[in-house]
Design a protein around this ligand. Structure first.
Ligand code: CA
Length: 233
């Protein structure tokens, strides 16, 4: 019997592919590998992996197209692997339904943390109501959804309704990066361009939330992409 989570690794560079699969195997994951986008789609259908690690630069098709195809019929978590500086393609992949990204070069600790987060989220989503716990605590930060109350070191934070909504949105997706567009859509609705407003709100939130707003611990900036609430501080 084998209950190890199964990861589909889609990476055409052999060195990187071997490096990643060695890390995964050593950490009790089962791995299937391919270097092609078309094969990634058919292997997903035939093996139903628990998670897909997807390089965006593939020889036969664009990784973005793979995300688009997969999201038509499956919600299996997708973590895209992308080169440094390719912010726009990461944002596109996330907006098309990828769950997170990791930038090359990365270390094994970062890779494993991303995978754990995604597997935890997808397990929660399959348990009825599991993701809707009444409160969440990270370090000294506590958010009580029912009382609509955010506390830091036991003291209530005075937040505007918009600031509260932003914090709750990030907390509901804790550990995951949310793109600027996603946050704006969720808070202000579609067909708006509130990029500057989001930035101003985030600055205000950090002033209230972070000891040193220039080096935030709770809400991390993903440069050119969006924001992520840390699972641990
Ligand atoms: Ca590649």
């Amino acid at each position: 019997m084998d209950n190890k989570p199964l990861i589909l690794l889609v990476e055409d560079e052999e060195g990187i592919s071997n490096f990643i699969s060695a890390i995964l195997t050593a950490n009790d994951y089962s791995v299937i590998k391919t270097g092609k986008g078309g094969e990634a789609i058919s292997l997903t259908a035939s093996h139903i992996p628990d998670l897909i690690l997807l390089d965006l630069g593939l020889p036969d098709m664009d990784g973005i197209e793979v995300v688009k195809n997969l999201r038509k019929w499956t919600a299996i978590p997708i973590v895209v692997v992308s080169a440094r500086g390719h912010e726009r393609e990461k944002v596109e992949a996330l907006d098309l339904g990828a769950d997170d990204y990791i930038t090359k070069p990365f270390g094994s600790a970062e890779l494993l943390a991303r995978i754990r987060t995604e597997l935890r989220h997808s397990n929660k989503n399959t348990q009825a109501g599991g993701a809707e716990a009444g409160s969440i605590t990270v370090g000294e930060l506590r958010i009580d959804y029912e009382k609509r109350c955010v506390q830091l070191e036991g003291k209530k934070l005075h937040l505007t309704p918009i600031e509260y909504k932003i914090i709750v949105l990030l907390a509901r997706h804790i550990g995951k990066v949310l793109t600027h567009d996603f946050i704006i859509r969720e808070i202000w609705g579609p067909y708006t361009n509130e990029t500057q407003t989001l930035r101003v709100n985030m600055a205000n939130i950090r002033r209230k939330l972070e000891k040193n707003p220039a080096e935030p611990k709770y809400i991390i900036t993903e440069v050119g992409v969006g924001y992520r609430m840390a699972e641990e501080v």
